[in-house]
Design a protein around this ligand. Structure first.
Ligand SMILES: Cc1ncc(COP(=O)(O)O)c(C=O)c1O
Length: 255
């Protein structure tokens, strides 16, 4: 009998953290290192966010909240999706997590059975296929190429679908390439997924870091075609939408 659960043998150590450790080792050895591994903004948490967090603690806003999140925050998220994307969602469709990683992990636990295939595109953020493996599902990787800017093609994703496909996970802007997925590509994938009852998960973690004016309304491209089995995952700190976990409750401190 192994000491750990069998599922632990399914996952690999974090390549990102390996690179970060190597960068730290080189730095300590006196080298000048530019570290592209773990990503974090190069500025501190904004003052108004810190102030709101402190004020909430002083007001004893530190108790358990509804598991799905504070109702006012869920309503605020619906309002933001309406304002920024023109999509109608209800608070009942919003679940708060303590970050994008937990949102994706909860998704994997809730949706994927052992043996299910889950399609995503490479190069990828290593967590995406690892979380799929952790729940016993099988990542199916659609490669992209540097020669065309790591473009995700709808045809390649659709060609990877088999009768075992349970979901397609798309990440735009993509980590680590920064490549954007075009709205018509998401629309085509959503249409095919709708026909075949496949979930589409879109990770928009870095959406606030698009610096050119380009069309990127992926929520609408998805919801207009495939409302029933669509899932959007948003990360927090990167989007200046800072959620702060206090005593396992969820507290919004900046919107
Ligand atoms: C593509 C992608 N999605 C989600 C996340 C997770 O975000 P969070 O820090 O909010 O858990 C990351 C973090 O690196 C990421 O790169």
């Amino acid at each position: 009998m192994g000491m750990f659960a069998d599922r632990m043998s399914q996952v690999s150590v974090s390549a990102t953290l390996k690179v970060a450790a190597e960068a730290e080792r080189l730095r300590r050895a006196g080298h000048s290192v530019v570290d592209f591994s773990a990503g974090e903004p190069d500025f501190p948490t904004p003052e108004h966010v810190k102030a709101a967090g402190k004020a909430a603690i002083d007001a004893n806003f530190t108790r358990y909240t509804a598991a799905a999140g504070i109702p006012e925050l869920r309503e605020a998220i619906c309002a933001r999706y309406k304002r920024d994307y023109g999509v109608d969602i209800t608070a009942a469709e919003v679940l708060l997590t303590v970050g994008g990683k937990q949102a994706l992990f909860n998704t994997a636990l809730a949706l994927f059975n052992p043996g299910d295939e889950v399609i995503t595109h490479a190069p990828y953020w290593p967590t995406i296929p690892e979380q799929v493996k952790l729940v016993g599902a099988i990542p199916v990787i659609v490669p992209t190429s540097s020669t065309d800017g790591f473009r995700v093609s709808a045809e390649a994703v659709i060609a990877a679908i088999t009768p075992k496909t349970k979901a397609i996970i798309l990440n735009s802007p993509g980590n680590p390439t920064g490549a954007l997925i075009d709205e018509p590509v998401v629309a085509a994938i959503a249409e095919e997924a709708a026909r075949r009852d496949i979930w589409v998960v879109v990770d928009l973690c870095y959406e606030q870091l698009i610096y050119e004016k380009v069309p990127h309304n992926l929520p609408k491209a998805l919801f207009d075609r495939h409302r029933a089995r669509s899932l959007l995952a948003r990360a927090t700190a990167r989007a200046h939408l800072t959620l702060c976990a206090l005593r396992s409750s969820r507290l919004i401190v900046g919107l």
